[in-house]
Ligand binder design. Structure first.
Ligand code: MRU
Length: 356
């Protein structure tokens, strides 16, 4: 799988998404005709992964502007309040990944510039911005791959969690993008992919991408990771991130924190790979990151099959926060952020490349 693989695309005034709920059993396209469809697609995880939901939401804002374009011609105030409402609606589809708010804000900023002649011109400018968010994401992922590959030794065995591949982004991937780069560079790597309960993004999506790319790999139950790490069978852990706080704490798929504790205990390097758009400079620590809790049915009925008795209560947080003390480095397109994380993240905020 390479850059020609298309996770999301705006075609015929609609947003086309690979329906990730159905992979790997079937490959189908989910077409969003309006911003409500986009909100549903994000909430129901037709599209998932922090950068991918950001790019999808950007097209959601475009679809809202298209729907309300006639108001723009007649009543600017009405158009503005309807757009505000649509953006809020899209933003509430999933709470943890900051890329969603980041992309919507970027679209809102473009909207507030009012640099166009009429509504048709406005839609053209918004389309250009959403396309830029999408194509910049692919370019940023490739840059991170080139930077991040330096931490992968020849012959390394890498463990990854959830799906931080092409499917989680507009294309190429974050953590899996770096791993792919190492493989294409001939580094003779091997990958362990956690299945990632309860939604099985590792089994359904990462394993699918690894098979497509021909990367030597084994799928493992989540609970096998600790033993593999203790027994020296993992050289490094590399995964994505949904929101990074200013102190370097990283929210990522549930199970990431546990992996970081095991890595710290056994001295195994632990890397998160995120674009700068995943850093939330406005929050000081991971304690302020909202953690999404999802439908109990994901746990009691994985894949629609009942595995728990009716009436049992369920706790189903979708993400957890890994403290920066457990992280070796955060790989971004501006370089690898290493301790002291707060100082180096401040440099990133100012756009200063870390030069590594
Ligand atoms: O619930 P998901 O599948 O959207 O969670 C995705 C993750 O946690 C990924 O690791 C993260 O978004 C990084 S993707 C490049």
């Amino acid at each position: 799988m390479d850059e020609t693989f298309i996770t999301l695309e705006y075609k015929d005034d609609t947003l086309w998404l690979i329906d990730q709920r159905l992979l790997p059993v079937s490959f189908e396209i989910f077409i969003c005709k309006d911003f409500r469809d986009v909100e549903f697609a994000i909430r129901d995880m037709v599209v998932r992964g922090a950068p991918a939901i950001g790019a999808a939401a950007a097209y959601g804002v475009l679809l809202a502007a298209k729907e309300y374009a006639s108001d723009y011609e007649t009543d600017h105030g009405k158009f503005a309040s309807r757009m505000e409402e649509a953006c809020r609606f899209l933003n509430e589809s999933r709470p943890t990944a900051v890329n969603l708010a980041w992309a919507i804000d970027r679209m809102k900023q473009t909207l507030s510039k009012e640099v166009w002649k009429d509504s048709a011109d406005m839609l053209k400018v918004l389309k250009r911005e959403a396309d830029a968010i999408r194509s910049e994401d692919i370019a940023v992922n490739k840059r991170m791959a080139k930077i991040g590959v330096s931490v992968i030794p020849r012959g390394a065995t890498i463990l990854t969690h959830c799906n931080a591949g092409a499917l989680a982004t507009a294309g190429w991937g974050t953590a899996l993008g770096v791993i792919k780069q190492a493989f294409y560079d001939g580094k003779d790597i091997f990958v362990y992919a956690d299945e990632t309960r309860p939604r099985f993004q590792g089994a359904r999506l990462t394993a699918w991408e690894l098979v497509q790319a021909g990367i030597p790999a084994k799928l493992i139950p989540d609970s096998a990771a600790a033993t593999l790490i203790r027994d020296g069978k993992v050289d490094l852990v590399m995964l994505g991130g949904d929101r990074v706080a200013a102190n370097g704490d990283v929210a990522n798929k549930l199970g990431t924190f546990a992996l970081s504790v095991i890595c710290k205990e056994y001295g195994v390097p632990f890397y998160s790979v995120v674009p700068v758009s995943t850093i939330d400079f406005s929050i000081e620590s991971g304690e302020q990151i909202p953690i999404e809790e999802r439908d109990p049915k994901e746990v009691t009925h994985p894949g629609g099959v009942q595995v728990a008795p009716e009436g049992i209560e369920v706790y189903n947080p979708s993400f957890d926060v890994t403290p920066h003390q457990n992280i070796t480095g955060i790989i971004t397109e501006l370089g690898i952020i290493r301790p002291p994380f707060n100082e180096n993240i401040e440099k990133i905020r100012k756009g200063i490349a870390l030069g590594n």
